[in-house]
Design a protein around this ligand. Structure first.
Ligand SMILES: *Cc1c(COP(=O)(O)O)cnc(C)c1O
Length: 364
């Protein structure tokens, strides 16, 4: 790709085989429905490839995401998994897009869902509860999730309404601990027990990790085993449908990013992508991606040293927080392939300073 295009702008290399392999791992290993969390990478080709690989359930958080899933055609189901929704979006999701699964984590949100759907009885309401933090790169329980007593009351209220009911949690993104899922399932069983309500759905959320230079997680099979163990320990009913909502673990390895060095000054290089574009997770998650360098006309030096890497904007904050260990003669015009960037990269690109990477190539 590099020798043909010699790209001066960043290029995302989409790898359908990696997306298919990640989908297969979940479809074969997870003992329930696998929902893809669209926000992680909403690119139409990514959605289509996962769908063709057998992913038929999707976690949407807004009307545009829900519409994108519906655009994949029949045979998909989309779940509205945002705990805070606009009233218009609840109504549109229900009446236009046929969404029946809604997440809530507060009594006022439950009222909104009941009101906007006109007291519909064909809903599945999932109550999201908070889990203990400390096991993931990104915590989510500060922002979302009812405390156990509130979650129990919400479940009782849903049962009284005649709708189907479930519990949901999210251990945080890039979670390195399989046991966090087992504990979440235990907490769900406690909440259902406290409420005296039998749940129809249990959603163990996303958070499944990808591999980075500084994060080498246990194999995905360990996470599936911990989830199975959690279910066995709690004796949840056989009629309870288990679900998960991976984003990162389905797409991280599905894209790499090819960037070009625009200038070198001593031990600093300036590249054409940065923290306001595809690489914000180097800051927000402290993630460090594997990198290889490419020189089309000739070879790069075998000896390496650390370089400071600056992004393309005029903003002084636009610098990658970790140094990169690169060939000592890297220079203007050389390329770097930054790998494992399928999650939260193109999804988070801004147009800041006139830079907005949007070139995608498919690499078979
Ligand atoms: C973001 C999100 C996910 C996906 O999280 P990952 O860490 O990428 O797996 C799943 N569910 C919900 C509700 C989310 O907000």
């Amino acid at each position: 790709m590099v020798s043909v295009l010699r790209p001066g702008n960043p290029v995302y290399c989409v790898k359908p085989a990696a997306l298919r392999a990640a989908a297969a791992r979940f479809l074969e290993g997870f003992p329930g429905h696998t929902l893809y969390a669209v926000k992680c990478n909403p690119h139409p080709f990514v959605l289509q490839t996962l769908h063709e690989a057998g992913i038929v359930h999707f976690d949407g958080a807004s009307i545009p995401e829900i519409a994108a899933v519906r655009g994949l055609g029949n045979g998909t189901s989309v779940y509205y998994m945002h705990p805070v929704k606009t009233r218009d979006a609840i109504l549109t999701a229900y009446t236009v897009y046929g969404v029946r699964h809604f997440v809530v984590d507060h009594p006022y949100e439950l009222e909104k869902v009941f009101y906007e759907t006109n007291g519909a009885k064909d809903l599945v309401i999932l109550v999201r509860f908070a889990t203990p933090g400390g096991v993931a790169r990104y915590e989510l329980s500060q922002k979302f999730g009812a405390q156990p007593s509130v979650a129990a009351e919400l479940l009782q209220q849903v049962e009284r309404s005649g709708c189907s009911r479930g519990l949901a949690f999210h251990v945080g993104s890039q979670c390195l601990s399989p046991d966090a899922y087992r504990q979440g399932i235990g907490l769900a069983a406690d909440i259902a027990g406290r409420a005296g309500v039998q749940i129809d759905y249990l959603d163990v959320g996303g958070g499944f990790p990808a591999t980075y230079v500084n994060d080498v997680p246990p194999p995905m099979e360990d996470f599936f085993a911990a989830i199975r163990r959690g279910i066995d320990e709690t004796g949840l009913s056989k009629d309870c449908t288990l679900m998960c909502e991976p984003g990162r673990a389905l797409v991280a390895s599905g894209l790499s990013l090819v960037v070009q060095v625009q200038l070198r000054k001593e031990s600093s290089i300036y590249i054409n992508d940065g923290i306001y574009h595809s690489l914000s997770e180097t800051v927000t998650g402290g993630l460090s991606h594997p990198v290889r360098t490419i020189r089309v006309d000739g070879a790069l030096a075998a000896d390496k040293r650390n370089f400071r890497v600056f992004g393309p904007t005029c903003d002084s904050l636009d610098v990658l927080p970790q140094p990169y260990f690169l060939p000592e003669d890297i220079d203007e015009g050389d390329w770097m392939e930054i790998d494992q960037v399928g999650a939260y990269s193109n999804a988070l690109v801004t147009r800041f300073n006139g830079f907005a990477p949007d070139t995608f190539v498919i690499v078979e």
